[in-house]
Design a protein around this ligand. Structure first.
Ligand code: 6LW
Length: 514
C-alpha cells in the first residue's frame, strides 16, 4: 500500500508503537502529563483506528499528580506474547521504567511493575528464541536526577517481566552513527538476523531512523555501507521542504497484505517558512521493505483524511468519551455528567485556579486538524449563576489562549510565557440564550494580505455568540502555541475549564479539516 492516510492518527499522539496479533493491530502513544495515559488503538487494516481505552486509568499507575510539564508517560512499546499484552514505558520524572500487562488490550492493565535501579527512556521489549525478555532502551536518565541530560546511547539488559528484576547488567549495544540523541530503539528478529532500529538527530528537524544488524538479540550490531547495509539514516526529512517534518521514532509492522510499514512521529509545520507546527507531534506511517537483508523505507507523504473531522459531544452518555483528557488529574475526578439524555451537560466546579495552574479544573480533547472550529454552550455563568469558566486551547501552563464568561463580562485572553493580553466586553443580553452563552474558538489561515501570511501557523479566533449575534473578541497569532515555541513534547488541547462556581458545558462541537 502506498497511499496511506497521513497523519495516520492526527493530533498530539507521538512516539507510536504498534504490534500485530493475528490479523489485529494495536497501537499506543505517549501522553506526558495528561491523564488518562497511553491510549490504545485497534485496527484490522492499519488504516482505520478505534480507541479501545488507556493503559493508565487509575491513580498510582504513574506518579502524575505533580509531574513536571513534559514528564510522565514517555514512549511506550506495545508487544504481545502467549496471550498477554505488554506495554513498557518510562514514567519520566515520575516512577521510572515500568512494565504494564493485560490480557485484554482494552484493559484493565496492571498497576505497573517498576524496573528498579535502571534509568533510561524509550524502553523496548523483545524475546529471544528461548523466551528470554530483553529491554533495549536509550540511556538518558530522566528519573534519578544523577546524570541529567546525558545521552548514553542504546543500552540493553534482560529482565524477569513478572517481577521487573533485571537478570543482567545494562550493556551498550549501539551509539548510532554519530547524529545526536540515539534513542527510541526497537529490536526485531527477521529471517536470520536481528535488527536494531533507532531514532537519531533529535526529535526536531534533524530527526531520522537508522538501522543496524546482528546475529543475536544482544548484537554485536553493525551498520552502514561497509557492513553491506544502507546509508543511515534510512528515513529522515532533514534539510528537505517535505510537508511532514521531524519524522523518526519508528516501529516496524507487517501490513495485512504481507508487506511492511513503519509508524513514527512527525510534524506538519504550516506556512511558507515551515517554521511552526501547531498540532505538535502526530502519528504517521510509510511503507517499508526488506532489500538484501536490510530494511528500506519510503519517504512519508502527506495525505490527510478527506472531509471534515467532527467530534461532537452532547454529554448524554453514561461516562465521558475516551477522547477527553485532563492535566495531572483524571477527567472523571473533575467532571460530572448531568441532565441525562434530554439535556446532557458536563459540570466542572471551579477551585479558584486558572489555566496557569499545575492542576487546572479542565477537560480537553486534542486539536487534530490545522483548520478547525470549536464551540460549546456554557451555563452557570450568567444571571444568578456564580460561575466563571470557558473554552481554551492549551499547550502547557505558560502557553494558552482562551475565552471565558462570568461576572457579567466576556474575556478573551492570550498567555505566552508569562506575557498576557486580555480583551473584555460586557456580556450582552443577546448572548444569553436559555441561560447559556456560546463560546467559539476557531483556527484559521492568516489573511493572504496580512503580514502574518506565510509566516505563522494559523490565527486563533476567540468569539462569543452564534449566528448573526456572533462577536469576535480577538484574533491571536497561533505560532506561540506550537511545538517549536512552547518547546513541548505534546500538542494543542482544546479545553473546557472552570475557575469558580459550578460551570456547565453543553453541545461541544469540534470540526476540522486537513
Ligand atoms: C522520547 C524520545 C523523543 O522519549 O522524545 O522524539 C521523547 N523523541 O524518543 C518524548 O517523546
Amino acid at each position: 500500500m502506498t497511499n496511506w492516510p497521513n497523519p495516520l492518527i492526527a493530533g498530539f499522539y507521538p512516539d507510536p508503537s504498534v504490534v500485530k496479533v493475528g490479523t489485529d493491530y494495536y497501537l499506543a502513544t505517549s501522553t506526558f502529563e495528561y491523564l488518562p495515559g497511553i491510549p490504545v488503538f485497534h485496527s484490522t487494516d492499519l488504516v482505520t483506528w478505534t480507541q479501545l481505552g488507556h493503559v493508565v486509568e487509575r491513580p498510582g499507575q504513574l506518579a502524575s499528580a505533580h509531574v513536571p510539564t513534559l514528564g510522565g508517560a514517555w514512549a511506550p512499546t506495545i508487544r504481545h506474547r502467549d496471550g498477554v499484552f505488554y506495554v513498557v514505558v518510562t514514567d519520566a520524572m515520575g516512577r521510572g521504567m515500568l512494565i504494564f500487562s493485560a490480557t485484554d488490550p482494552a484493559g484493565p492493565w496492571s498497576d505497573g511493575t517498576l524496573i528498579d535501579g535502571v534509568h533510561g527512556i524509550d524502553t523496548d521489549l523483545a524475546w529471544d528464541e528461548d523466551g528470554l525478555a530483553y529491554i533495549t532502551y536509550s540511556g538518558l536518565d530522566v528519573t534519578s536526577g544523577e546524570d541529567p541530560g546525558k545521552h548514553k546511547g542504546i543500552l540493553q539488559f534482560t529482565v524477569d517481566l513478572a517481577t521487573g528484576i533485571p537478570l543482567s547488567q545494562p550493556v551498550s549495544v549501539w551509539s548510532g552513527t554519530g547524529l545526536k540523541f540515539p534513542e527510541a530503539p526497537h529490536l526485531y528478529q527477521h529471517g536470520e538476523h536481528w535488527y536494531l532500529l533507532i531514532a537519531e538527530g533529535g526529535t526536531e528537524r534533524g530527526h531520522g531512523i537508522s538501522v543496524a544488524r546482528g546475529d543475536h538479540p544482544y548484537g554485536p550490531f553493525t551498520e552502514g555501507v561497509a557492513a553491506g547495509g544502507p546509508t543511515n539514516p534510512i528515513l529522515s526529512a532533514r534539510s528537505t521542504s517535505r510537508p511532514i517534518q521531524n519524522t523518526g521514532h519508528g516501529d516496524l509492522v507487517e501490513t495485512p497484505d504481507g508487506g511492511w510499514a513503519l509508524v513514527m512521529l512527525g510534524m506538519r509545520p504550516t506556512g511558507m517558512t515551515q517554521a511552526f507546527s501547531a498540532l505538535g507531534r502526530e502519528t504517521f506511517i510509510t511503507s517499508a521493505r526488506w532489500e538484501n537483508g536490510w530494511l528500506a523505507a519510503d519517504p512519508v507523504l502527506l495525505n490527510p483524511r478527506p472531509g471534515e473531522t467532527v467530534f461532537a459531544d452532547d454529554f448524554t452518555g453514561a461516562a465521558l468519551a475516551p477522547e477527553w483528557i485532563g492535566v495531572r488529574r483524571y477527567p472523571a475526578e473533575l467532571a460530572t455528567l448531568a441532565g441525562g439524555a434530554a439535556a446532557g451537560r458536563l459540570v466542572l466546579t471551579g477551585e479558584g485556579s486558572t489555566l496557569d495552574a499545575e492542576q487546572p479544573v479542565l477537560v480537553g480533547v486534542r486539536q487534530q486538524n490545522p483548520w478547525s472550529s470549536t464551540s460549546v454552550r456554557v451555563g452557570g455563568v450568567a444571571g444568578s449563576g456564580t460561575g466563571l469558566g470557558g473554552l481554551g486551547v492549551r499547550y502547557d501552563e505558560d502557553h494558552h489562549y482562551e475565552i471565558e464568561v462570568g461576572n457579567g463580562v466576556v474575556t478573551a485572553r492570550a498567555c505566552v510565557a508569562g506575557i498576557r493580553q486580555e480583551w473584555t466586553v460586557p456580556l450582552a443580553p443577546a448572548h444569553v440564550v436559555d441561560g447559556a452563552v456560546t463560546l467559539g474558538l476557531d483556527t484559521v489561515p492568516p489573511d493572504a494580505s496580512s503580514m502574518l501570511s506565510g509566516l505563522t501557523s494559523d490565527v486563533v479566533v476567540l468569539s462569543v455568540g452564534s449566528g448573526a449575534d456572533r462577536v469576535e473578541l480577538a484574533r491571536v497569532d497561533g505560532r506561540y502555541l506550537s511545538q517549536e515555541t512552547a518547546a513541548s513534547f505534546t500538542g494543542r488541547v482544546l479545553c473546557l475549564y472552570a475557575v469558580t462556581g459550578e460551570v456547565s458545558f453543553a453541545a461541544f462541537r469540534y470540526a476540522g479539516t486537513e
